[in-house]
Design a protein around this ligand. Structure first.
Ligand SMILES: [Zn+2]
Length: 336
């Protein structure tokens, strides 16, 4: 069984959010984690799901500490969307508990467990969503990582939906993702309309042009040209400081752009040496190792330069402070 540490859980969350939108970045926190997601703040508590070791072998659970309730209540008071999640790494499935019921029902508790079902998670792994109603008439929802974004935007309605409706939502959503038209008929649960669309930030064509020119159409991390180069934002564009300026940009090939956005690679300004060094993020590699997805790592590392290739014009260099903020926004530096 795969037991993930805190940072692995963070990466599982971040990857799942990014399947829905690239308008997401990490703000702060160490479980609960706080993210900005499509311009709104989301506080997420997440734990590994494991067997409850009871007679009923279908019972799985996460364990919580009472102090968590206070933290989540505070987040909620500041207007954050609050999520209470478990992650079952063996199946790559989340379970989500209704935060209203969670907070009300456990008030004053020191430690407690909340339950989900293995059979439901197995079903969710295949069908996208599944649900299980516990003894308190709470609908625990189980879903695949690609549906996390949909869940964030519709958690209240989804906790009230039947399995049949959840299945329909997953189907309409996957059609939307694959570029097909969403269903003409909106899906409504108890007068709440479920939003199944994705939104993309408008891109500035000027930013792309300026960054590519500054870097002479070369990837700053491996040096290739071949017209495979994108303009990547150092501070993500959905962040209040994510400006479309060349000193917030890096020209990166498709491979290294993706690597940069997922936090696999990062750059750091080393003041003493006056240079910009490139690093592979060990926590991200460790996470990928647990998922069994590190083939090709050695040749990947060999392609990398040790330092960023920079523009001729010093004024266009990446701003060191942008690198610091950008690294935080991708969870670089989280450990344990
Ligand atoms: Zn490259």
């Amino acid at each position: 069984m795969n037991i993930l540490n805190k940072t692995d859980l963070f990466h599982s969350l971040f990857d799942a959010f990014r399947q829905h939108t690239d308008s997401v970045y990490f703000v702060d926190g160490e479980n609960p984690y706080r993210f900005s997601f499509k311009g709104k703040f989301v506080t997420v508590f997440i734990r590994n799901i494991h067997s409850a070791q009871r007679v009923n072998q279908d019972e799985y659970r996460i364990q919580c500490q009472g102090s968590l309730l206070e933290t989540l209540n505070m987040s909620r008071n500041t207007g954050d969307t609050v999520l209470v999640l478990g992650f079952f790494a063996d199946l790559q499935v989340f379970s989500a508990w209704d935060p209203d019921i969670f907070l009300a029902r456990h008030a004053g508790a020191q430690t407690f467990s909340i339950y989900t079902r293995l059979s439901g998670m197995q079903k969710a792994n295949v069908e996208g969503f599944s649900t299980y109603t516990d003894t308190n008439e709470q609908n625990v929802i189980m879903f695949r990582p690609d549906l996390l974004g949909l869940y964030v935007e519709n958690s209240t309605a989804l906790h009230q939906a039947t399995t049949r409706i959840l299945r329909r939502v997953a189907e309409v959503y996957s059609n939307t993702q694959s570029g097909q038209q969403p269903s003409a008929r909106p899906i409504v649960v108890k007068r709440q309309r479920i939003s199944v669309t994705r939104t993309a930030y408008p891109r500035s064509p000027r930013f792309k042009r300026d960054v590519l020119r500054a870097y002479a159409y070369r990837c700053a991390m491996c040096g290739i040209q071949l017209d495979l180069i994108d303009a990547a934002h150092i501070i993500p564009h959905s962040h209040p400081k994510g400006f479309d300026t060349v000193n917030n940009g890096l020209a990166l090939c498709a491979l290294h752009h993706r690597s940069f956005d997922t936090g696999l690679l990062y750059a750091q300004y080393v003041q003493d040496q006056g240079d910009y060094s490139i690093h592979v993020n060990p926590a991200r590699v460790e996470h990928l190792r647990k998922m069994g997805r590190t083939d090709g790592l050695r040749s990947y590392e060999q392609q990398l330069r040790s330092k960023l290739l920079l523009p001729d014009n010093y004024d266009l260099f990446p701003a060191p402070n942008n690198l610091i903020i950008g690294n935080v926004a991708r969870g670089v530096g989280l450990e344990g």
